[in-house]
Design a protein around this ligand. Structure first.
Ligand code: HEM
Length: 217
């Protein structure tokens, strides 16, 4: 397969970056033009929450799409998407901490302990933090590829906690959280199937090699 030209990748990265900034830009624009409705805090919370979960799933989707469609260059976009998930997650958290609770720490601690959907949301964000902090090439070198990869599997736990957060916060109509849940389940199933296929192949090749050596003995 032809490698993708570097210049084109760079251009695409700029375009994707601007696209990812879109939801935040629209929110800021609406904020300055008084278009956030009667309850702006609610709109900001819901919009940033929705985009956090969307970016988490987009990040998780990179590997399956890259492998199934044979597009190796897609990997160059995964880090950016993951960092945008963290960016929107932090805006979402800050909306709660600043605009909703006005930095009232006892009220927030009470919420985290008493409202299970807040506990799940905090869990999802906390699990994203080490991933964002170790997303650089320097950290991959420091931790070593295998350990870094194991650490970054936390993204599955974070996304699971985020879907639970969404399921627990809705009062009646579960369609939206369950749609996100179904996408996450499909991505997890792909990951487990890919892992099982690798294990099966390596076990088969060991067995074939052992059979070969016992024949030559
Ligand atoms: C990875 C982290 C998180 C994700 C992916 C996430 C996702 C979401 C989603 C999808 C919604 C619903 C949006 C909608 O209705 O369209 C939401 C709402 C909300 N989230 Fe999060 N969230 C996260 C973390 C947090 C944290 C850390 C807090 C606060 C400590 C929080 C507090 C809230 C609140 C207060 C709402 C609105 C609930 C309501 O309207 O009744 N979330 N979040």
């Amino acid at each position: 397969m032809q490698p993708f030209p570097q210049g084109l990748i760079r251009l695409l990265k700029v375009l994707v970056f601007l696209l990812c900034l879109g939801p935040a830009t629209v929110l800021v624009w609406k904020g300055f033009h008084d278009r956030l409705g009667a309850n702006p805090v609610d709109v900001i919370t819901r919009t940033t929450g929705k985009w956090t979960l969307t970016f988490l799933l987009l990040t998780l989707g990179v590997t399956p799409v890259r492998k199934l469609m044979r597009l190796p260059w897609l990997i160059r976009f995964r880090r950016m998407l993951g960092l945008f998930a963290f960016f929107y997650g932090t805006l979402h958290l800050m909306t709660y901490v600043w605009l909703d609770k006005f930095f009232d720490v006892p009220a927030m601690l009470h919420d985290i302990a008493k409202r299970r959907f807040i506990t799940a949301g905090m869990t999802a964000w906390t699990l994203m933090l080490p991933l964002a902090l170790t997303s650089t090439a320097g950290w991959i070198r420091r931790l070593g590829g295998k350990r870094w990869q194991n650490l970054h599997r936390l993204i599955y736990l974070s996304a699971t906690a985020a879907v639970i957060h969404f399921i627990w916060l809705v009062k009646a109509d579960l369609r939206r959280p369950l749609t996100y849940g179904a996408v996450l389940a499909a991505l997890l199933t792909y990951r487990i199937a890919a892992w099982a296929a690798v294990k099966f192949r390596s076990r088969t090749s060991i067995t074939v090699a052992q059979a070969g050596s016992s024949v030559t003995k």
